[in-house]
Design a protein around this ligand. Structure first.
Ligand code: FAD
Ligand code: NA
Length: 387
């Protein structure tokens, strides 16, 4: 078969951004392969026929950015709805707004504190462990926001995320716990946010629409029985690799650690179960961390949604094994050292650019992945194509 000018491994946002740039700016013929049966990587979504909900297959995805270059770029392929992200939490039989704000505090203490009074109270409660050097998550949390709020809203949620009792979790999992001393419960602080008007998958299909881009699905880069595999390509054609960096080297230095999420789908005979898209569960008695009601991400589609049925996904967090979907880097000191060793090997690979969250072992939001892909194209891919 005819060799493309560039092979991109992974049809996620990193791979699609590089492919789009290479086709448009260098006129390159780009082959994008993905082992999955769909494009879009973890940002992929599909329409649920029964309810009319757009289900984010790999967990809820909210687009937000303050980066002008990224915002201009993504708007070439999709418009965005006016969705503004807000999260609520169930604790001890009541629903509270998050992140912790004056509304949360006044509801929790059955009070009507002013911002200054609430701030003084939280500081006083945080003073319980003043001057100590917290060694575990509980002590750190108490020191940041005081015991009552920490134990109600942070302790058990974080414990469920890590499947570990917070007294056994290292203090540095949490650097800061933002508390807002006003009623603003808008989740993101970015200049722009919203959801793609006709869905994530339509957005990403448009990124691949250039006729010089060919996407082949169900193709594993490490399967030597198909022509577009590692041994056949590396050193012969420029490659952009967005799969796991440890997998690329056959885990020869060890496995990088990740957390993953299992989803349990529940359907209800109601038009609206929560009245919001995201409900966190702050207490230990509910085994999942949060539940997503996808219909409520897109209220502007009400006329195309089923008024009598809704679908909810409950999220269970756990450590990933090989073969699970790697979602969040665990990122201990040992992991960072191991990644540095893989990174050195990656840098020595001929004509291979490692990118994206799996290729660089980093938690990136979508806007960060797109930004790093635009930079990687300019600095590393374009020079290879010019040769
Ligand atoms: P991916 O999307 O993972 O794409 C990599 C692709 O490579 C995959 O499609 C994979 O199948 C393919 N691949 C891997 N190995 C091979 C192989 N051997 N052969 C062929 N193909 C291969 N970001 C936000 O901005 N807002 C959010 O609200 C948000 N929520 C998130 C929630 C969860 C649960 C997760 C996990 C992530 C979330 N993100 C969010 C981050 C977002 O998903 C990523 O920033 C983005 O999707 C990463 O793009 P990528 O191209 O780097 O990786
Ligand atoms: Na195409």
């Amino acid at each position: 078969e005819h060799m493309p000018d560039l092979v991109v491994v992974g049809a996620g946002l990193f791979g699609l951004t590089v492919a789009q740039q290479a086709a448009e700016r260098a006129g390159a013929h780009v082959l994008v392969i993905d082992v999955r049966d769909h494009i879009g990587g973890n940002a992929y979504s599909y329409m649920d026929e029964e309810t009319g909900a757009e289900i984010h297959r790999y967990g809820a995805h909210l687009f937000h950015t303050s980066n002008r270059r990224v915002w201009d770029y993504v708007n070439r392929f999709t418009s965005f709805t006016g969705y503004v992200h807000r999260v609520y939490a169930t604790h001890d039989g009541e629903v509270y707004p998050l992140p912790i704000n004056l509304g949360t505090i006044n509801q929790f203490f059955h009070a009507h504190y002013t911002p200054a009074e609430a701030k003084a109270l939280v500081e006083e409660q945080a003073g319980e462990l003043a001057g100590t050097d917290p060694q575990n998550l509980n002590d750190k949390g108490v020191q940041l926001i005081g015991r009552p709020l920490y134990e109600a809203f942070i302790k058990n949620y974080t414990g469920k995320q890590w499947q570990t009792d917070p007294s056994q979790l290292p203090a540095d999992i949490i650097k800061r716990l933002p508390v807002r001393f006003n009623y603003d419960n808008r989740y993101f602080k970015d200049t722009w946010e919203g959801l793609p008007t006709d869905g994530y998958t339509a957005w990403m299909e448009r990124m691949a629409a250039d006729p010089r881009i060919e996407v082949r699905l169900g193709v594993d880069f490490f399967d030597s029985s198909q022509p577009w595999n590692k041994a056949a390509l590396v050193g012969k054609v420029p490659v952009v690799y967005t799969g796991p960096v440890d997998r690329y080297f056959d885990y020869e230095l060890g496995d990088l650690k990740w957390r993953t999420v299992d989803f349990k789908e529940v359907r209800y005979d109601e038009g609206d179960h929560f009245g919001c898209p995201v409900m966190n569960y702050s207490d230990a008695d509910v085994p999942y961390t949060r539940a997503i009601e996808f219909k409520n991400f897109n209220p502007e589609r009400a006329d195309r949604q089923n008024p009598d049925r809704t679908v909810v996904w409950q999220e269970y967090s756990r450590f990933a094994e090989r073969g699970d979907e790697p979602y969040y880097p665990v990122n201990t000191e040992a992991d960072r050292k191991l990644y540095a060793a893989y990174e050195a090997k990656a840098a020595a690979e001929p004509q291979v650019v490692f990118g994206g969250r799996l290729g660089t072992y980093k938690y990136y939001d979508m806007h960060q992945v797109i930004d790093t892909a635009l930079t990687a194209y300019d600095e590393r891919v374009a020079p290879m194509l010019a040769r």
